[in-house]
Design a protein around this ligand. Structure first.
Ligand code: EPU
Length: 406
């Protein structure tokens, strides 16, 4: 168990380069299982979730080699075996094995897929996709004797199920249509990778059309991580600092910044992104599937509201994703949680000790600790490193006093 100790209350400033997006890298790593050859994936963040995903595909015979931020994956010779439950249960992205393994081997194991434990995380839509492409779900395994192109319209938008449908369609025989799909930027990063590997994918306004093909190795660069970018932008505003976030297209943060700017926060985009001042009024946030406010940034926005004039947060993706607020309470964050959201009140912060409840909730606690005057500790902080590359080094460069004890 790791503990982060910080001395907070200082204005932080400087330039920080965001790493490649976790939620884009993970589906691409699993998608490499569909290809036969060597893939070159650039700007891959060196974070816990990526290391676990790499170990899972290595256990199926993939050869992975990291050189700087480039990951080379050779998938020439793979053999199906049930991946280690210990690895699979660590990350939610292991659900991508359903599509990838079925497509490559004609069999996939239904396991206890992991991920942050902030809500119930069903897999019914993933199984719906597997069945639509002609697979049979029997007990804890799924079988197919050749995937067939299919038309699927999801009853609800899901990032993970959209990824699996794309993976299933990419090498299935014939034409597939996927409707009511997730449109997060990382879905498009995955499509870029698959196209580079020879996939025939067209994205129209309301439908993705895929003609199945054999795939060879691909070559892609992962986009900058909007969640990491939003986290450092928040840190700038809540410490009254001047942090310039680099390596991200400001447009990818538009829905995050919009309610903050509407409430009077100040933004500078001349050179990177700098959130210069807190909202001057109450802020109202509603997290929704893309292009709505990203759910993964709502815990990151909570410290902004607490340090400014307060406001409300509603989450329509993960309705119960507010357990993290209890981890902010020791710092003096005042809130009232209700079933689908929370009201956050302007709060007088104080240094405190807490436990990181999950990845983004842990990052929120770290933000609050850096804003509160005095020495604070965040225990079980290894969960934060699952999604933030070099967080200790990056924060030090910005002037933070931080120590991580493992
Ligand atoms: N859902 C179902 N059935 C399913 C799948 C999902 O009902 O079979 C529901 C969920 O319960 C939820 C909604 O659909 O209410 C959306 O879930 P989604 O499938 O889109 O989420 P996910 O693919 O499991 C990814 C990210 C999450 C992020 C969500 C939403 C990865 C590895 N994870 O999860 O990221 O919150 O999309 O954008 O890409 C994080 O990075 O901290 C994180 C949790």
């Amino acid at each position: 168990m790791a503990t982060i100790t910080v001395k907070g209350g200082e204005a932080l400033g400087g330039r920080v380069m965001v790493s490649g997006s976790k939620n884009a890298a993970l589906p691409i790593i699993f998608a490499s299982l569909l290809t036969k050859g060597e893939s070159v994936i650039r700007r891959v963040p060196d974070i816990g979730d990526v290391r676990v995903a790499t170990s899972i595909i290595e256990s199926l015979g993939a050869r992975c080699e990291r050189s700087g931020d480039t990951l080379l994956i050779n998938t020439e010779r793979l053999t199906f075996r049930r991946p280690d439950d210990n690895l699979v249960s660590q990350i939610r992205a292991s659900t991508y094995l359903l599509g990838a393994s079925l497509a490559r081997f004609g069999i996939a194991a239904i396991q206890s897929f992991g991920g942050c434990d902030f809500c119930k995380r069903p897999i019914d839509l993933h199984l719906l996709a597997c069945r639509a492409f002609g697979a049979d779900v029997r007990g804890d395994s799924i079988f197919s004797h050749g995937l067939r192109g299919a038309s699927i319209r999801f009853p609800k938008v899901s990032v993970g199920a959209t990824v699996n449908a794309i993976l299933l369609a990419a090498t299935a025989s014939g034409k597939s249509r996927i409707e009511n799909f997730a449109r997060e930027p990382h879905i498009f990063n995955l499509i870029d990778y698959l196209r580079s590997a020879g996939a025939d994918i067209q994205v129209l306004e309301n439908v993705i059309i895929i003609h199945g093909r054999e795939l060879h190795g691909g070559n892609v660069a992962i986009d900058g991580d909007p969640i990491e970018a939003g986290t450092y932008a928040a840190l700038s505003a809540i410490t009254g600092g001047n942090i310039t976030v680099l390596g991200i297209d400001p447009a990818s943060l538009e829905s995050y910044l919009a309610p903050l700017l509407e409430a009077g926060a100040q933004l500078d985009t001349d050179d990177g992104i700098t959130l210069r001042a807190l909202p001057k009024e109450q802020t109202s946030i509603v997290a929704e599937p893309y292009p709505g406010f990203p759910t993964d940034l709502q815990p990151i926005a909570a410290p902004i509201l607490a340090c400014a004039r307060g406001g409300t947060i509603e989450d329509r993706v993960w309705q119960g994703r507010f357990g993290y607020l209890a981890a902010l309470a020791p710092f003096g964050v005042r809130y009232r949680a209700y079933p689908t959201g929370a009201e956050i009140f302007p709060s007088e912060l104080r240094a405190a000790d807490t436990i990181a409840p999950d990845l983004r909730g842990g990052a929120a606690a770290l933000l609050i600790a850096l804003a509160a005057v005095g020495e604070s500790r965040i225990r079980s902080s290894e969960i934060i490193a699952r999604g933030y590359e070099n967080i200790e080094k990056k924060l030090r460069t910005l002037g933070a006093e931080i120590r991580i004890d493992n």
